[in-house]
Ligand binder design. Structure first.
Ligand code: MG
Length: 240
């Protein structure tokens, strides 16, 4: 099995700066130990950018599973606020996937960025949104489409940087050749419904091209927010 990855982050069409961060940047190929992540910062003009950058740097700097890395990233953002009180209130989402071994991945997640699995033409959201509207969808009070357009859609209920102790959701997943893992910030999912994302993944272009098409589609739909995507495509390497 081969794991071909690509990440992209873009300011979008409305904002004047990008508060999202991705790890790593660019595209490549990897095996067990590969991690990719998306963080979407919040907290004012400077704060959001500092929060997501600080989190991604700390996430990348430690060894460990996604939960350990996210806990370390949280500590780093909380420490940064203690050092610079003017940054108080900044925080960030962080959603990551690690390739553990052939056919097995682990996802770690805090916030309202998302991880999806695209398999056999079907797109399934793996993570739960830690947001006000996400909870209302789970309680059956809003449909996903109502949530996507809701005025309070950006109110999040769990984030890195706000408290020393946080809970990280983790998901173990078996993967097979042909599967695509997508991690994205809400700048993608607010602009595109799931079926539009699935259609672009169905085109089966190489990951860098697919990532570019997703960002372009979000921007074409209005690009109201920063948009970030990380793709990991599982391929058969022909060894067996
Ligand atoms: Mg966002």
């Amino acid at each position: 099995m081969r794991f071909v990855w690509a990440t992209r982050t873009h300011t979008g069409m409305v904002r004047d700066h990008n508060e999202d961060s991705v790890y790593p940047e660019g595209s490549g190929e990897g095996g067990p130990g590969l991690v990719v992540a998306v963080a979407d910062g919040m907290g004012g003009h400077v704060g959001g950018e500092v929060a997501s950058t600080t989190a991604i740097e700390a996430f990348a700097a430690v060894d460990g599973d996604p939960e350990e890395r996210i806990l370390s990233a949280n500590e780093a953002v909380v420490d940064r606020v203690e050092d610079e009180p003017k940054l108080a209130g900044m925080g960030t989402t962080l959603t990551a996937v690690e390739i553990v071994d052939e056919g097995h991945v682990v996802i770690g997640h805090v916030g309202d960025s998302r991880a999806y699995l695209h398999r056999n033409g079907e797109l399934r959201q793996i993570t739960r949104d830690h947001s006000l509207v996400g909870e209302l969808v789970e309680d059956g009070e809003l449909t996903p489409e109502q949530a996507r357009l809701h005025p309070y859609r950006s109110v999040i209920t769990r984030a890195l940087g706000l408290e020393r102790v946080i809970a990280v959701d983790t998901f173990d997943l078996e993967v097979h050749p042909g599967d695509v893992l997508l991690i994205c910030s809400d700048g993608l999912t607010e602009m595109l419904p799931d079926h539009a994302i699935a259609e672009l993944l169905d085109e089966g272009a190489e990951p860098g091209e697919t990532a570019d098409r997703l960002v372009e589609a979000a921007n074409h739909a209005g690009g109201h927010d920063n948009v970030s995507v990380a793709l990991v495509v599982v391929e058969d390497d022909g060894d067996h």
